[in-house]
Design a protein around this ligand. Structure first.
Ligand code: TRP
Ligand code: SF4
Length: 328
């Protein structure tokens, strides 16, 4: 167990929100006590779709690292680095691209889906099609055994396994086959009930103050059928109740579950209990975030140190790879 490796990355899309914490970071923080963990900021992956305006990438990298640290990732336990600071990823990506059939890439569900749905950018570029090949290089570079990702990323890990097998069959056993690590995460919708996303404007950002969070929750969507205080509600379709289930004590969850249905409580009180429970849980993270955000040079040092550790592993892997491909 001890020397099994975990690897995962995130595209630097700016400030993170509560969905990232509940959906990924809490899990990463737990894993760092059990495995050798590598976590990186996938800035090259951000370029596959956002190549036209790269002005925010540098800033976003720092923001993301601040959020990771605030969430509890510990640079003494996990190697945290920036993808583009380890150029070996590009070299491995190139070699893997040679052995990856086009049909495999055209079949990837995220590829088809995003080409159909994203209309404000031109995604007819080579880098976008090759996105999962670069991701495979990220994973194989560190000989990752487990890749903690969300459901939508599982096809990318599956593709990585296929590329891994193909590489090993041509050049000998270099890479272990990675496995997706799907941890069940509680449902945390955005403030309007849709998926939480900064672009929907329905998120609770880690850069929000407690006052801003309380204000956002006050106007959060509830059961739309519950227009007046005396109308009974249905917590099963209310996003506030999803939050209660994550943050409130069982007793409160049971009270809300019972009393909402008979109009025994009002939404104002219900939300107040929820925001208090949420803030109690989140306060330490918000506080740490504020502290880290003010210590930019320390953040730079943590990134530089992570980059160096990652490069050491990557350069060793690439030596093996070049030898296997008979290029050394
Ligand atoms: N594609 C991932 C996402 O959008 C980010 C990512 C890039 C990644 N490389 C990775 C995740 C390697 C896991 C392993 O979330
Ligand atoms: Fe939602 Fe609570 Fe209002 Fe019920 S009482 S509709 S659970 S906010």
């Amino acid at each position: 167990m001890a020397n099994k490796r975990v690897l995962s990355g995130m595209r630097p899309t700016g400030k993170l929100h509560l969905g990232h914490v509940v959906g990924a970071l809490n899990n990463w923080v737990k894993l760092q006590n059990e495995y050798e963990c590598y976590h990186f900021i996938a800035d090259w992956h951000a370029l596959t779709s956002d190549y036209a305006d790269t002005s925010r990438i540098k800033e976003n990298r720092i923001e993301m690292m601040v959020d990771w640290l605030a969430a509890g990732l510990d640079p003494k336990k996990s190697v945290m680095f920036v993808q583009s600071a380890v150029p070996q990823h590009a070299e491995l990506h190139l070699l893997l691209s040679m052995i990856t059939p086009l049909g495999w890439l055209e079949r990837v569900p995220t590829y088809k889906e995003q080409r159909d749905n994203i209309t404000d950018k031109d995604l007819g570029n080579y880098g976008f099609l090759g996105y999962p090949v670069l991701q495979s290089a990220d994973i194989l570079m560190y000989k990752g055994n487990y890749v903690p990702v969300g459901e939508d990323q599982v096809p990318h890990v599956e593709l990585t396994r296929e590329i891994c097998r193909r590489f090993n069959s041509f050049y000998g056993d270099v890479f272990p086959e990675p496995q997706a690590l799907l941890t069940p995460v509680p449902r945390l919708p955005g403030l309007d009930g849709r998926k939480m996303s900064k672009s929907y404007g329905n998120d609770i950002s880690l850069s929000d103050t407690p006052e801003e969070i309380t204000k956002k929750i006050k106007v959060m969507m509830t059961d739309p059928a519950r227009k007046r205080r005396q109308d009974p509600g249905n917590p099963d379709i209310c996003p506030v109740f999803d939050y209660h289930k994550i943050y409130s004590p069982d007793e409160t969850v049971q009270t809300v579950d019972r009393e909402c249905r008979v109009a025994g409580i009002g939404c104002i009180d219900c939300k107040k209990w929820m925001s208090e429970a949420l803030l109690e849980n989140l306060s330490p993270l918000l506080q740490r975030r504020k502290e880290y955000a003010a210590r930019t040079s320390e953040i730079q040092d943590i990134i530089a140190d992570g980059n160096q550790k990652a490069r050491a592993v990557a350069s060793q892997t690439m030596e093996e790879v070049r030898k296997a491909v008979k290029l050394s």
